[in-house]
Write a protein that binds this ligand. Structure first.
Ligand code: SF4
Length: 154
């Protein structure tokens, strides 16, 4: 039987708006179907045009590709304009940070992520239920994956 997760008593996190997770370094903001629908509506674009304009395909395992937001030449997120310009429609990956499967797997991975985020282990207490809700949302809204390369399909 598995014991309680390391975050059973909750974890503290409050965004300090340092913007470190939105800019400065190259990274990926992977998107679900729901993310693209919300963002396309926010940008007043149809789905396919939004993907062509703001997204890129990133190589994944077994020759597949995952859909991510583009970034600017300086590595800022394509939607960073002195702040998140699509904040109310921002992707689930952004909304659930730092309660991501890759971070919540162990206390060690939380500690590692904490070294790059000044808001972790500070501020508001988030309950185990709240954290697990974030993890479940990521499962319920998987990232868009395609096999092979067929840009015309988008
Ligand atoms: S979509 Fe908004 S919150 Fe997410 S990385 Fe881009 S600027 Fe930051």
């Amino acid at each position: 039987m598995r014991g309680k997760p390391f975050y059973a008593d909750g974890l503290r996190f409050s965004c300090t708006r340092c913007s470190a997770c939105c800019r400065y370094e190259s990274g990926f903001v992977f998107l679900s179907e729901n993310d693209v629908k919300l963002l396309a509506a926010e940008c007043q674009m149809v789905y396919a045009d939004f993907v062509k304009t703001y997204c890129r395909w990133v190589p994944a395992v077994n020759g597949a590709e995952q859909l991510s937001l583009k970034e600017k030449a300086d590595f800022d997120c394509i939607f960073w304009k002195g702040g998140c310009s699509v904040y109310t429609a921002r992707p689930l990956q952004c909304r659930t940070f730092p309660f991501w499967p890759s971070i919540m797997g162990s206390a060690a991975s939380w500690k590692l992520a904490r070294s790059g985020c000044q808001g972790m282990d500070k501020g508001a207490l988030h309950s185990m239920e709240e954290i697990q809700s974030c993890l479940q949302k990521r499962i319920a809204e998987p990232v868009i994956v395609r096999k092979g390369q067929n840009p015309e399909a988008w």
